[in-house]
Design a protein around this ligand. Structure first.
Ligand SMILES: CC(C)(COP(=O)(O)OP(=O)(O)OC[C@H]1O[C@@H](n2cnc3c(N)ncnc32)[C@H](O)[C@@H]1OP(=O)(O)O)[C@@H](O)C(=O)NCCC(=O)NCCS
Length: 218
């Protein structure tokens, strides 16, 4: 699929349920049995950290086949200086349309806009396989960590301009936008609005466990 086979445009209100359903299809059973990302998208749009200017969809064959969203976040250094950055995610492409360049196009399109908006850093927590080809590097390379000097293997940093980081330590302070996703009952109530789907195990869940419990040392 080349870029002539799909278009990228801003999400609008009429797309909301279709995008949530797309996220549910893309994330279902991927990291855990079932998924919460459709609920995450649903609540994210009303959060003060959500960035509507970076909320994009990909459309092909008359339907929405890809989605990307961003939220505001902060880096704080040891002198308590703050830097505004963005957190990317969720990013998802409809199964059947994956591995055809749509995710790449959504990222590259929104990186340009984020840079125009004045941001120089994108961070996300995810499987490095999906991101290193887009120029993301381990957080350890830029001395970006969580409080407690934790450098998770899945914490990935993308410089939108080269040389943003000068070696000083930065602590990553993500938005609390995903906090309600820990409420399994709320996720279940929202999920019940969609067609029934069977929860189950698949190997990607173990991969997720390994990535999300690993950190970079040395
Ligand atoms: C991850 C995802 C968004 C990627 O979108 P996509 O349209 O399938 O990916 P693309 O075709 O644009 O590929 C982008 C790059 O990632 C690589 N890639 C994509 N999926 C990959 C996978 N599962 N494993 C390894 N590499 C992968 C491609 O080889 C490509 O590399 P290249 O630029 O060097 O050619 C999509 O597969 C998806 O929705 N997956 C399920 C949800 C998910 O995992 N979201 C990300 C959360 S961390």
């Amino acid at each position: 699929m080349n870029n002539n086979d799909f278009i990228i445009r801003r999400e609008n209100e009429n797309d909301y349920r279709e995008v949530e359903n797309l996220a549910r299809e893309a994330f279902w059973n991927l990291s855990v049995p079932g998924c919460f990302e459709h609920y995450f998208i649903h609540i994210m749009r009303d959060h003060h950290d959500f960035i509507p200017e970076l909320d994009y969809v990909a459309v092909a064959d008359g339907k929405i086949v890809g989605s990307v969203m961003y939220c505001k976040a902060k880096l704080v250094d040891e002198q308590r200086n703050e830097k505004d950055i963005v957190t990317m995610g969720p990013l998802c492409v409809l199964p059947g349309y994956q591995r055809r360049g749509i995710g790449k196009a959504l990222l590259e399109h929104t990186f340009v806009i984020a840079k125009e908006m004045g941001y120089d850093t994108v961070i996300n927590f995810g499987n490095p396989d999906n991101y290193v080809a887009r120029g993301y590097k381990s957080c350890k390379r830029f001395n970006v960590c969580f409080e407690g000097d934790l450098f998770p293997a899945a914490l990935l940093v993308k410089e939108l301009e080269e040389g943003v980081f000068d070696g000083r330590k930065w602590f990553y302070h993500p938005s609390d936008v995903d906090a309600p996703c820990g409420d399994e009952e709320a996720v279940g109530r929202f999920d019940a609005l969609f067609p029934p789907k069977e929860k189950g195990w698949q190997p990607s869940q173990e991969e997720f466990y390994i990535h999300s419990h690993s950190s970079i040392n040395g």
